[in-house]
Design a protein around this ligand. Structure first.
Ligand code: SAM
Length: 345
């Protein structure tokens, strides 16, 4: 029974792919991951196209190139520990060969509900769910999530980049809604502490640091993770994780979610995989992964990044088991890391 078909290439695919059509001259410092026509052919062969109900074994550590609304009904039940959802936000936008049309708040809510209903079935009873949005889609998201899950928190990510507006506040934040299926769930606080530079290094009467550590690398305090995240920049062209996907999430952001809400060996699923950030970080952190993406070029970018993760497991901003505040990582650590990378490549 041929349940999992390798995806076939439509004849006109190469002609219609926006990225392949553009031949961009990259500056030497531009590390953006792209795909050649040959790579696109190579990685396309690894993608799955589900034709009938799949088993866990069929889909584990795979990228499914399919419309989520078709794939969701064919995924196994009760197998996902962590679901990370980063759907198109409510804006008219093109994702390479896909486009999303802005709709009313009510219609966006109805659209969210139409896939949440399908995805509920694949979750384990102690699973966690993270759902990304902006201020606008956050009007709809919690209204739907609270119908099916227990909302535990809303994380606000200050993502810095955003267009300045003449008659409104610049939009520089995103929301990530954290939910669970039941009251039983895991949360690994210790793994997601943030190493902050100490501004006022108080010492006790014996001259010992008060709640901070003094080291050759500087004075740092390991702080409790809060629901305001301002230590993560969006990927930009000189970063090795950067791809051509216009709404790619940073690996550091996914690392926080995955470390806090899953254990090694557990299954992380992303139904709007894009350039593959969730699967890549899950792999780097020793989790199993499944991704669904309906655009072939993005699905192949995910596969290429998964290949690169075989050799390089580093996550920018997360070093030696600790998250570092932006631009505070000691130069000595960066140098060691860069030397190690040089030896690997
Ligand atoms: C916001 S982006 C996700 C970006 C991703 N988090 C990353 O780091 O690259 C949403 C993605 O969903 C994909 N998409 C939109 N509708 C889809 C559908 N019905 N089924 C599967 N994928 C879809 C788009 O092609 C796009 O790549």
């Amino acid at each position: 029974m041929n349940l999992l078909n390798p995806v076939k290439q439509p004849n006109d695919f190469f002609a219609t792919n926006n990225f392949l059509m553009k031949s961009i001259k990259k500056s030497p410092r531009n590390r953006t991951i792209t795909l050649s026509k040959i790579e696109l052919e190579k990685y396309s062969k690894r993608l799955l196209d589900l034709k009938e109900k799949a088993s866990v074994r069929d889909v584990i550590n795979k990228t499914i190139h399919q419309d989520l609304f078709k794939a969701a009904d064919l995924l196994p039940g009760n197998f996902v520990d962590l679901l990370i959802i980063d759907p198109p936000y409510n804006l008219s936008r093109t994702f390479n060969t896909n486009s999303f049309k802005e709709r009313s708040v009510d219609d966006y809510a109805a659209w969210i509900e139409s896939f949440i209903i399908k995805l509920r079935r694949i979750l384990k009873t102690n699973a966690s769910i993270y759902f990304c949005g902006d201020w606008h889609t956050s009007i709809s998201i919690p209204l739907i999530l609270q119908k099916y899950f227990i909302i535990q928190n809303r994380i606000t990510w200050e993502r810095e980049k955003g267009r300045g507006a003449k008659r409104n506040w610049k939009n520089s934040s995103e929301d990530i809604w954290f939910c669970t299926v039941s009251k039983k769930f895991i949360f690994n606080t210790k793994q997601v502490k943030l190493n902050r530079k100490v501004i006022a290094p108080y010492r006790d009467s014996n001259g010992k640091p008060k709640d901070w550590q003094s080291s050759k690398k500087g004075n740092f305090r390991l702080t409790h993770p809060s629901n305001i995240w301002n230590d993560i920049s969006i990927p930009f062209w000189s970063m090795p994780e950067n791809t051509e996907h216009s709404t790619q999430k940073p690996e550091k952001l996914l690392a926080k979610i995955i470390l806090a809400s899953s254990k090694k060996g557990q299954v992380v699923l992303d139904p709007f995989l894009g350039s593959g950030t969730t699967s890549v970080v899950a792999k780097k952190l020793g989790r199993k992964y499944v991704g669904v993406e309906s655009d072939r070029y993005y699905a192949c970018l995910a596969e290429k990044r998964l290949d690169l993760a075989e050799k390089d497991k580093s996550i920018q901003g997360y070093e030696f088991g600790v998250f570092w505040e932006r631009n505070t990582m000691p130069v000595s650590i960066k140098t060691t890391r860069n030397k190690q990378k040089g030896q690997q490549s």
